[in-house]
Structures are given as C-alpha cells and as structure tokens.
Ligand binder design. Structure first.
Ligand code: CA
Length: 223
C-alpha cells in the first residue's frame, strides 16, 4: 500500500513518515502542494494524507485537481485545531475523512486502515514493508515493481502474510497447498520457504523457523 504524505512541517512530516513505514506502508513524503499535484497525476497511490495549509498550492486546490481528474483515491485531510471552515471545505471538495492536529499516531493509523478497507471493499491487498500482494490479481510487487513468484510460493506467502507475527503450523501450510495440488507434502513446504527466503531476505523480510512447529513471518522492521 502506497501513501502520499503531504505536509510542509518537516518535523511532523518525518514523524508521520516514520510511523507509517513502521506500520508497513510505503510512504512518499512531499512538502508542498505543487509536488503533491505532480505526484498524484501519476495515479499510483492508495491513499493521500493531505495537510491543507501548503506552499505553492494549497491542499484544497490539490484535492480539487485530484477529484477533477475523476480520481477517487481516498484522502485524509489534516486540519488545524480551529480550522472548522477548512474542514468543511475539505469534505465538500471530496476529502473522505479528516483529523484535527494535534492527533495521536494510532488514531491516524486507524483512520487510514478504515479508509483503505472501505476503498478496497474488503481485504484484497496485503502489504508488508516494501512487499505488496494483490490477492485479486495474484500479483506480487516489491518496492512497486512486479516480482516473480510461483503460484505455490504465493500460496505459502499469503498464509504467512495473513498471520504476520504468528506461528503458522507446517501442516496447515501443507493443507493449504494440497487443496491446489494433492502431491504436496509437509517436507516440500521447506522447499518453498527456502525459495521465499531467498527472494525476500534481501528486502529485510524474514521468515523465522519455529522448530517442531512451523514458520512465522516477522513483523517488518526495515532492512
Ligand atoms: Ca501546513
């Protein structure tokens, strides 16, 4: 999941970037309205966190341009404490939600999750640091670039990603794959885990072996 973060206050921008990355989102931070406008024209974002008071082009204009292109990307507007007028204007212009500064980071993350879920109409994309898994299209990308995974590797990875930070029993993985091909046994899972590790570890994505039990996809902590 890729988020465009538009905020001209550099301290806040850094804090938010860091928090969102820790929450496994891909984040592109920009500091003014013109840069935001340009970035959004490419149409690659899943969500925009948009401050309204910005240099060069204010947030309302950025939003108006976005909606003018019939682009429905969810927008979460950040407003000043006393900015009731700009909040109303933001919602009228097509913002999906707003947060009043100062806000708690978990609140921001919860709003973002809700908007993304709403936009997706359910869970169709999994994300883990730079890794994105489009369950609908069966496409995996790393840092926005399509990556090559076999169908079986994808099936194992999907189960692990659905339960990040939790142990997945080896037999459960085998069962999951056996639905697709009855010849797959428990030992073969090790082969797929090995291949997944080779592809994912260079990106700081780690699958831990829990001896005698199964595997665990470690929460993403960066490279
Ligand atoms: Ca501002």
């Amino acid at each position: 999941m890729r988020i465009l973060l538009v905020e001209d206050d550099s301290a806040l921008r850094d804090t938010l970037s860091q928090a969102l990355r820790l929450a496994s989102y891909g984040v592109d931070p920009v500091s003014d309205g013109r840069a935001a406008d340009n970035a959004l024209a490419a149409g690659v974002y899943d969500l925009v966190v948009l401050d309204l008071g910005l240099p060069y082009l204010d947030g309302i204009k950025v939003l108006r341009h976005l909606r003018g292109r019939q682009d429905r990307t969810p927008v979460l507007v950040l407003t000043a404490r006393d900015g009731i007028n700009e909040r109303v204007q933001g919602l009228k212009t097509g913002a999906d939600d707003y947060l009043t500064k100062p806000f708690a980071l978990p609140e921001l993350e919860a709003r973002i999750e809700a908007l993304l879920r709403r936009a997706a109409g359910g869970q169709v994309r999994l994300t883990h640091g730079p890794l994105e898994f489009d369950l609908d299209g069966h496409v995996i990308s790393i840092n926005g670039k399509p990556a090559d995974f076999s169908v079986r590797e994808m099936m194992v990875l999907e189960v692990l990603m659905q339960r990040t930070g939790q142990v997945v029993i080896k037999t459960r993985l085998a069962q999951k794959i056996s639905n697709w091909d009855d010849e797959i046994g428990v030992n073969t899972i090790e082969v797929y885990i090995h291949r997944l590790r080779k592809k994912l570890e260079p990106w700081g994505i780690r699958i831990r072996t829990i001896h005698g039990l199964g595997y665990l996809l470690e929460p993403y902590a960066g490279v």
